[in-house]
Design a protein around this ligand. Structure first.
Ligand code: HPA
Ligand code: ZN
Length: 355
């Protein structure tokens, strides 16, 4: 009997949906299904301002978005809730070709309400492990400091993470690094130097949300003062050619989220005007990501397909972008090589037959 080979996709979008992809900028709380937001709110006795939360998912600015993000985070009450959202976010990503993700979680608001960092991480780990067993998708974690809570809370969180690491706490091996997110206006990267230094000394990798609402000087400060190895967004980088050169020379990655920048930051009227192609033409290692897929009605397959269409990229350029995601990830070399091979093998195996 001869095995029938699966036929190749016949559209670029179809092939991009199947292409094995890495995602380095996705917030687990921004990936909570709207139905889950409603169910957790009901379970935990939390009143939402609308029966259907998606009615709230329209944003004029980053700060407007963050108000909704904080509301959604507020439905999480216990370890089981964290496990549920981690599981659902991972299987939802896997359904669109995501094979590996480094996912943000931002615990400050929930810790201020009395939740323990150890329980949050243990819950996330349970959910990631269940999704991994079911789909094969691998998800590691990045603990983000919430700038709204300031540098002292960030430092205390970094110290606690390092202590959990030393103690071998459940799930802590999944936490590869730290970052920061939330408000940019009125903040200085340097305020967080102690928190990032503590995390780095404790063996954690470092990234930072910057340049979504701030200039290239702030992006550079994240590298120089915080030891950031990647920058999340980095939208304003092209305003300073010296900062661009530094990123190109040192292969410092940007985790760019073009559709989020349209839907959340309202930074460009349409995708075709996004600076993503200019970032890549300048030689920057600019990866492609969704940011907050459930809050913006996105998925990683669409992110790739819409970028290809808006920027005029073909299959090979999109595979190169997927490979850049692998290069910028924080897996150990052997695991990284495995993911790289999966993407590289797909170049011919999934090359769309456009007739
Ligand atoms: N920027 C800042 N804070 C955030 C974001 C973002 O894109 N997503 C979730 N929290
Ligand atoms: Zn983000």
């Amino acid at each position: 009997m001869t095995a029938t080979l699966p036929s190749r996709p016949t559209t670029l979008a179809g092939a991009l949906e199947l292409l094995p992809k890495v995602e380095l900028h996705c917030h687990v709380e921004g990936a909570i299904r709207p139905t889950t937001v409603m169910e957790l709110a009901a379970k935990n006795g939390i009143a939402l301002p609308a029966d259907d939360p998606t009615e709230l998912y329209r944003y004029e600015s980053l700060n407007g978005f963050l108000e909704v993000f904080f509301l959604v985070q507020g439905v999480l009450a216990d370890q089981g809730d964290w496990a549920r959202i981690a599981y659902e976010a991972a299987v939802d990503g896997a359904a669109h070709g995501m094979v590996y993700r480094e996912s943000f979680f931002t615990p400050a608001r929930l810790m201020a309400k009395g939740q323990g960092l150890g329980a949050i991480i243990a819950g996330l780990d349970e959910g990631c492990a269940a999704a991994e067993a079911e789909t094969g998708v691998v998800v590691n974690l990045i603990c983000d400091f919430d700038r709204e809570f300031g540098p002292e809370v960030a430092l205390a969180t970094a110290e606690e993470l390092v202590a959990l690491k030393r103690a071998g706490a459940p799930g802590i091996e999944r936490v590869l690094g730290v970052g920061y997110d939330s408000i940019e206006i009125g903040q200085e990267p340097g305020w967080y130097a102690a928190a990032f230094r503590t995390a780095g000394a404790g063996g954690l990798r470092r990234t930072a949300h910057q340049g979504e609402n701030s200039g290239p000087d702030a992006i550079l400060a994240c590298v120089d003062l915080l030891g950031a190895e990647r920058i999340d967004h980095g939208m304003s980088i092209l305003e300073d050619p010296d900062v661009v050169s530094r990123f190109v020379d040192d292969r410092i990655a940007l985790t760019v989220c073009p559709n989020s920048n349209i839907r959340i930051a309202n930074a460009f009227p349409e995708l075709a005007q996004h600076v993503y192609p200019a970032m890549r033409e300048a030689g920057i290692l600019a990866t492609l990501n969704t940011d907050d897929p459930a809050l913006t009605d996105l998925d990683l397959g669409y992110e790739y397909a819409s970028a290809a269409e808006a920027f005029g990229y073909g299959w090979d350029e999109m595979v190169d972008i997927a490979l850049d995601g692998v290069e910028a990830c924080w897996l150990e070399d052997a695991d990284k090589a495995g993911v790289r091979a999966r993407v590289a093998d797909a170049r011919e195996a999934l090359r769309p037959d456009l007739g």
